[in-house]
Design a protein around this ligand. Structure first.
Ligand code: PRT
Ligand code: MG
Length: 214
């Protein structure tokens, strides 16, 4: 394809990318929240959007099925970033990667030397690295969603999850005990596409950068 394909996930990333797209003269012709179409044409006939799961955006861009995409730093750290150029922090979809426990759980005792902590998470790589750096032994349990349920049912002692307002933790009587890292979404670009379609891609990057600021 001669044109540009942009991979976006529905929800917060799509919503917060709209003003950036607008700066590049790109407006979706359909709303992915209501349309069942997965390929969405735009006001530019050389640009189309593909609607992917948030965790799949790096894969589409890595293999060149999309030229450009937007992905959370959490997703990029878990994916590994192979074959991806990451020129810009878009400063959207911001949140924090945290360790959380049930209120009242003796975390200090659970992470003392020689102890093992059971941690449920979707973010196995981030969690493994975090606890290894602290010298805490962990058994990691991979989940695909609703991590908050794990400590409430005895599946795990703690979770590693994203927190934005904190209301999900609160509603489930959990408290954050460690801040692992700040998360925002990045622009990702296929490295081969950047060379082959430079004259189309660079103006889009510049338009995004002008909205995001320094
Ligand atoms: O939701 P779905 O299963 O389809 O996929 P997804 O969760 O991978 O996608 P989406 O669209 O929810 O998230 C896309 C990206 O948004 C993530 O990769 C993050 O980089 C970023 N982001 C920002 C968040 C949040 N804020 C966030 N709060 N992603 C998820 N959450 C979840 C969190 O996991 C927890 O369950 O929201 C809940 C906590 O929110 P608060 O406001 O109650 O603290
Ligand atoms: Mg979600």
């Amino acid at each position: 394809m001669d044109g540009i394909t942009i991979a976006l996930s529905k929800g917060r990333i799509f919503d917060e990318t709209l003003p950036l797209l607008a700066a590049a003269g790109i407006e979706p012709l359909e709303n992915p929240e209501t349309s069942r179409k997965l390929i969405i044409p735009t006001t530019r006939d050389d640009v189309r959007l593909v609607i992917v799961r948030a965790t799949d955006a790096p894969t589409y861009v890595q293999y060149g099925a999309a030229d450009i995409g937007v992905a959370g730093k959490d997703v990029l750290l878990e994916h590994g970033g192979d074959g991806l150029y990451q020129p810009l922090d878009l400063k959207i979809a911001k949140c924090r990667m945290m360790v959380a426990i049930p209120a009242g759980f003796d975390y200090a005792n659970a992470v003392r030397q020689g102890a093992r902590l059971k941690v449920a998470t979707k973010y196995i790589n981030i969690a493994r690295e975090h606890f290894a750096a602290k010298g805490v032994h962990v058994d990691l349990i991979k989940l695909y969603g609703s991590m908050e349920l794990a400590p409430l049912t005895g599946l795990a002692d703690a979770i590693v999850d994203l927190v934005s307002t904190g209301s999900t933790l609160k509603a489930n009587n959990l408290v954050a005990v460690e801040h692992i890292l700040d998360i925002s979404s990045r622009l990702i670009v296929n490295q081969a596409a950047l060379k082959l379609k430079r004259e189309k891609i660079v103006p889009i990057l510049d338009a995004f950068a002008s909205v995001v600021g320094p």
